[in-house]
Design a protein around this ligand. Structure first.
Ligand code: FAD
Length: 310
């Protein structure tokens, strides 16, 4: 069995692997796709000490650092069931979709999350070419330009407020008849001079020219009219879904499906830790996921030295 088995190979899982391996214990990482979300990212400009890099390059660097240590990397492996240890100090099992079963004295869950897509024509085509999901990451790329934000919940309204300070103009589109964000955010948004709010707007298409986004269409649900907005960027803010469906019923999840962790990365199960975008820790960013992964590995090591094996 492994001393530490990490499920998920994004920034959180990679940091956990490096920290755990440096303790000289037996470490494995099983990941559906090593690197995680950064594989789908173009420019990364906010990872501290790295002025600018690209997602695939960053993912390759994560893997190279993990491979530098004695870590079993099991790539292209999806976990579909967690079986808690029968007693404290016992082995936790992770069942894989391919039928294999991995056993470990401690497990770190770092399966990340995925942005909910609007699923309209042009979304895949213009992803990273105008269609964006993370205002902290990509907001500065649209400095002085016109952008739209889709979604009038807390994340959409926060994104619109944030972007309004950087870009020329923000159009916020909400599907329903009113914004669902907290009142204090809505009134802040309404006080900004360069923001337009459109409700009852159903996004229907993203369009562009020369490989770059140039605008989007929506259906005005009150009149049935098709309308167009000229924008160079669209931020889709309709939800971030944690990859935790396979854990339902085995440990405590929040109402959003995030794994509930304490300040040291403990989950509700002894010997099982979690880190990164799949957890309740706020602000889903690489630098945060990496820090949380390091923390979970140190907590797992602490657990191993305090808990006699059974
Ligand atoms: P992830 O990166 O999501 O990794 C999860 C890992 O778990 C993957 O290896 C995945 O394959 C694996 N996995 C999932 N389910 C299973 C399963 N059942 N079994 C086995 N393995 C599984 N952040 C920034 O800080 N700066 C940026 O510029 C930036 N730009 C972004 C641009 C885009 C387009 C996107 C989508 C995100 C961006 N982010 C950025 C956010 C950042 O990528 C995430 O916060 C970060 O990757 C989270 O790391 P993580 O390790 O928690 O999860």
């Amino acid at each position: 069995p492994y001393d530490v088995l990490i499920v998920g190979g994004g920034p959180a899982g990679a940091a956990a692997a490096v920290y755990a391996a440096r303790k000289g214990i037996r470490v494995g990482v099983a990941a559906e796709r090593f690197g995680g979300q950064v594989n789908d990212t173009l420019a990364i400009e906010n990872y501290i000490s790295v002025l600018e890099t690209e997602g695939p390059k960053f993912a390759a660097a994560l893997e190279a650092q993990v491979r530098h240590y004695e870590v079993d990397i099991m790539n292209l492996q999806r976990a579909d069931k967690l079986v808690p240890a029968a007693q404290p100090g016992g082995l936790t099992e992770v069942h894989m979709a391919n039928g294999g079963v991995l056993k470990a004295r401690s497990v770190i869950l770092s399966t990340g999350a995925r942005w909910r897509n609007v699923n309209v024509p042009g979304e895949q085509e213009y992803k990273n070419k105008g269609v964006a999901y993370c205002p902290h990451c990509d907001g500065p790329l649209f400095k002085g330009k016109k952008v739209a934000v889709i979604g009038g919940g807390n994340s959409g309204v926060e994104a619109a407020i944030d972007l309004a300070g950087i870009v020329e103009h923000v159009t916020l589109l909400e599907f329903g008849d009113q914004l669902k964000a907290d009142a204090v955010l809505v009134s802040k948004l309404k006080s900004l001079p360069n923001v337009q709010i459109i409700t009852q707007a159903q996004t229907t298409e993203f369009s562009g020219a020369g490989g770059k986004l140039a605008g989007m269409d929506y259906l005005d649900r009150t009149t049935g009219e098709k309308k167009h907005v000229d924008v160079e960027g669209v931020f889709v803010q309709i939800g971030l879904v944690p990859n935790t469906e396979w854990l339902k019923g085995t440990l405590e999840l929040s109402k959003f499906g995030e794994i509930v962790v304490d300040a040291k990365g403990h989950t509700s199960l002894p010997g099982v830790f979690a880190a990164g975008d799949c957890t309740t820790v706020p602000y889903k960013q690489i630098v945060i996921a990496a820090g949380e992964g390091a923390k979970a590995a140190l907590s797992a090591f602490d657990h191993l030295i305090r808990t006699p094996a059974h």
